[in-house]
Design a protein around this ligand. Structure first.
Ligand SMILES: [Zn+2]
Length: 90
């Protein structure tokens, strides 16, 4: 959609998150601070099946939580959080 600040980026056996502004050939770093170069080839289907990097995932969530312009169509985050708590208690 292009409205999010990050995108997923398969690298070194895990799906990391990088800034969405990174273009092919750019050198940047993942949200868990690994240096990466954006390759010319699109990631393969197998690479998209790699496990999500937990550090990138939590960093992304943190960033999404402090977005300066929350969109009116977004549902509130409280529902997801309380259902998480139920799962933990069960
Ligand atoms: Zn990562």
């Amino acid at each position: 959609m292009g409205t999010r600040p990050f995108r997923w980026f398969p690298h070194d056996g895990q799906r990391h998150a990088v800034a969405d502004s990174l273009a092919v050939g750019d050198i940047g770093e993942t949200l868990c601070e690994r240096p990466v170069t954006v390759p010319h080839d699109a990631p393969s289907k197998a690479e998209w099946c790699w496990p999500t990097c937990a550090a990138c995932d939590s960093a992304w969530r943190l960033h999404e939580g402090i977005l300066p312009f929350p969109r009116p169509s977004m549902t509130r985050g409280h529902t997801a959080r309380s259902s998480l708590r139920v799962v933990v208690r069960a």
